[in-house]
Design a protein around this ligand. Structure first.
Ligand code: ZN
Length: 320
């Protein structure tokens, strides 16, 4: 027996002895049930930047929303060991501290998504950040689960000092009363987040041109299709890069293996899947960390291409 093993055995015997001693005179710690999850915040370094994921909460997405044969979807769920039915879908937001600015990428859905989301403010507090400190907010697209969090339930800008930056095409589309009037009744509610944001932020809502560098180290990238102005954000400090991919993926067990599969919320199906593949190809080729709103917290990982499919490897947690 080598010394290391003997040492281990001695330690184990000591532990057994301790627990036996505990049994002889039990002391049971009693604590009330917490009844809720601890606010979820994850921070990492990206070059000289800090990137903090704040989990706003989750929504349940029905796989029937996918534009794909349901027998195939069901098979892929089974292969992933998931019950076929509504899938728990996280809503992540990402806070980037560039050293000069605090920039928030998407804002979650506030309570418009129901009681399981809308924890951004508590998440910011847990991260030691007050809403008034946020300088800029970049929105991947104007759907409620990305934009509602910028506005309080009373309709006031939650971030009193921030400018709200959104691609021009999304602003033009979602704030166009004619497009809203022509939309089917069931879809009219989708225009509400844009109208609330415009009412709350006024001239502080500043459209950008896709491709524009929004602040040193963060550049918008066109990834149109999910909405007319859906954008990714490339965050770069030194050689470290992260691509915030917004809604390029919703239902991971299906859309990584079959990136051509779109979802009912996609504005133009072919463009949506085309953008997914373009951005995923770039991230896979250059081994760029992706930051996804709807992948499990903290929404960070890398992609590998195999044939027409992608595999996603979640990043390990960072402690520093
Ligand atoms: Zn979304």
């Amino acid at each position: 027996m080598n010394m290391q093993r003997r040492h281990l055995l001695t330690a184990t015997s000591a532990a057994v002895g301790l627990s036996l001693a505990g049994l002889a005179a039990p002391v049971w710690a009693k604590a009330p049930m917490a009844g809720n999850q601890v606010i979820s915040v994850h921070r990492m370094k990206l070059g000289n930047f800090e990137v903090t994921t704040i989990l706003d909460g989750f929504i349940e997405l029905d796989p029937k929303l996918l534009n794909a044969p349901q027998d195939m979807v069901q098979r892929l769920f089974e292969a992933a060991n998931l019950p076929y039915g509504p899938i728990r879908t996280p809503v992540n937001t990402f806070l980037v501290n560039t050293g000069d600015k605090l920039v928030l990428l998407d804002t979650g859905g506030a309570k418009f998504l129901g009681p399981t989301a809308g924890r951004l403010v508590q998440g910011l507090a847990a991260a030691g950040v007050e809403p008034a400190q946020i300088d800029e907010i970049y929105i991947t697209h104007m759907h409620g689960d990305h934009l509602h969090g910028a506005v309080t339930p009373e309709g006031v800008a939650l971030f009193p000092n921030a400018v709200l930056r959104i691609a021009q095409q999304d602003v033009d589309y979602w704030l166009n009363p004619d497009i809203e009037a022509a939309a089917p009744v069931a879809q009219k509610g989708r225009f509400m987040p844009a109208k609330r944001a415009k009412a709350a932020y006024g001239d502080r809502l500043k459209p950008f041109k896709q491709g524009e560098e929004l602040t040193p180290g963060i550049t918008s990238v066109a990834a149109v299709g999910h909405t007319p102005g859906h954008s990714c954000f490339m965050v770069q400090s030194g050689t470290a890069k992260m691509l915030a991919i917004g809604d390029l993926i919703h239902i991971a067990p299906v859309q990584f293996a079959n990136p051509e599969v779109t979802i009912a919320f996609d504005w133009e199906q072919a463009k949506a899947s085309g953008s997914r593949m373009n951005m995923f190809d770039m991230a896979a080729k250059d081994n760029i960390l992706v930051a996804a709103v709807h992948l499990p917290f903290p929404g960070l990982g890398t992609l590998k291409k195999e044939g027409k499919s992608y595999t996603y490897t979640p990043m390990t947690w960072r402690l520093f």
